[in-house]
Design a protein around this ligand. Structure first.
Ligand code: NAD
Length: 423
């Protein structure tokens, strides 16, 4: 089958540069032709919307117009699923890449969803609570025709909280009756799942323990450094310290803290809740984000934004295991270099998949109007993660790295679903 995209040497040229490199390798290994590559890399639908809001600046109301996005990549295996990010750097290229990543993630852990992502280019720290509510609800109005419990189900990501999910639920329900399954990551009082908030970090810690085990290291003996102390980073740190690991360094956008004997993670979480940042944590030394990435430790966990470990700093990494808690935190060049140095890199689509698995369970509970106990959700989540881990490691036994084998499994499943359904 020939496509109309003749002018492109490789259909994956449209992708984000790192993802293009990861995908091209996998497509080549699977022997996919141009038609299959085009089908797998193009988005199903990309929407850009204008979100005007009157905001207070210097004591007077001014009109600001924000740009919002939703990209639906593929839904061969189920409704579109993926988070919403509120951050000044959000743009269509990043959202497109993250949407595609969700397709591979939901496929790898074998849950009945496709992939999507969205966001607004905004610094939510500059908005009042009322302005943020207006922004979220207007954005939801614009997305109304393309979201829904059986169509596309958003979730939290960077700077988007359960409160923001509650506003989306409310706005959607105004015209669609009671529909809690339109969005996941809601407050428990509104149909959120017990355990969803901590699920991504809990899953990262679970996968970290498996990766340590494969390197002959007990997680209880591991020294861990974590970049990013938001939802994912803080719950990863808390769970790893429960498992006995020594969390020696953590950081946020303002800088980091270090303690060689291990930080008191509960005290750090409390300190951030009180002050809004890690700086000034009692009993810890200040470090910066560059120093954190270069610390001598067993496990390094980037849990903030994309591109944190790149060609400029990968040589500084001293850990033997890097676990991608964030999405796309290791660039393609850095990934190859770390691999050559014998460092295990656990890819994002496996490492942080606990979040979307928990979202899937929230969606299931909302549809059935049932609430599970937290232990049931986390236990079922661990079972799915363990199965995906075993499949990935087994496929990687053939000589490919974890990322390549994870992508291969995911891509083959999506392609098979497309073939079964037809067009
Ligand atoms: P969050 O907004 O709760 O936290 C982000 C953290 O990163 C904050 O501590 C922030 O200060 C820090 N940070 C931001 N810029 C930084 C920088 N330049 N240097 C160091 N730290 C910086 O976001 P989150 O939900 O924890 O998401 C973090 C990452 O995990 C993102 O890549 C996201 O896509 C990914 N992720 C999140 C979920 C989820 O369920 N929330 C699921 C899967 C993947």
């Amino acid at each position: 089958m020939e496509t109309s995209n003749e002018e492109m040497a490789h259909p994956e040229e449209r992708c984000h540069s790192d993802q293009r490199a990861f995908l091209s390798r996998v497509f080549d290994r699977l022997g996919l032709d141009r038609a299959a590559r085009t089908l797998l890399t193009n988005s199903f639908r990309e929407v850009t919307v204008q979100v005007p809001v009157r905001v207070q600046r210097g004591g007077r109301a001014v009109l600001e117009t924000f740009e919002g996005y939703r990209v639906q990549h593929n839904h061969a295996r189920g409704p579109f699923k993926g988070g919403l990010r509120f951050h000044p750097d959000v743009d269509i290229v990043e959202v497109r890449a993250l949407a595609q990543l969700m397709t591979w993630k939901t496929s790898l852990v074998d849950i009945p969803f496709g992939g999507a992502k969205g966001g607004i280019a905004v610094d939510p720290g500059r908005l009042t609570g009322d302005e943020l509510e207006t922004l979220t609800k207007r954005f939801t109005q614009k997305l109304m025709p393309i979201i829904g419990p059986m169509r596309d189900i958003p979730a939290p990501d960077v700077n988007t909280s359960p409160q923001i999910m509650a506003w989306i639920f409310e706005e959607y329900s105004k015209t669609h009756d009671y529909a809690p399954a339109v969005v996941t990551g809601k407050p428990v009082e509104l149909g959120g799942a017990r355990g969803r908030l901590e699920a991504t970090g809990h899953g990262v810690a679970f996968i970290t323990a498996l990766a340590c085990r494969d390197r002959g290291l007990a997680v209880a003996d591991a020294r861990v450094a974590i970049q990013g102390f938001g939802n994912v980073g803080s719950h990863t740190a808390r769970r790893l310290s429960e498992l006995g690991a020594r969390v020696v360094a953590i950081s946020d956008v303002h800088g980091g803290v270090y303690r060689g004997d291990g930080l008191d993670v509960a005290a750090a979480i409390k300190h951030v809740a009180q002050t809004g940042r890690l700086q000034g944590l009692a009993g810890a030394e200040p470090i910066d984000n560059a120093q954190l990435l270069a610390l001598p430790c067993d496990v390094l966990i980037p849990a903030a934004l994309g591109g944190a470990i790149n060609e400029d700093n990968e040589a500084d990494v001293q850990a033997s295991v890097v676990v991608e808690a964030a999405n796309m935190p290791v660039t393609h060049g850095a990934d190859d270099a770390l691999g050559e140095r014998g460092i295990t890199v656990v890819p994002d689509i496996l490492a942080n998949a606990g979040g979307v698995i928990a979202s899937y369970f929230e969606w299931v509970q909302d549809i059935q109007q049932l609430g599970w106990e937290e232990s049931e959700l986390l236990g079922r989540m661990e079972a799915l993660l363990e199965r995906a881990w075993a499949a990935t490691v087994s496929a990687a036994g053939g000589g490919s790295g974890l990322r390549t084998s994870a992508y291969e499994i995911a891509v083959e499943r999506v392609l098979h679903a497309i073939e079964l359904r037809g067009f």
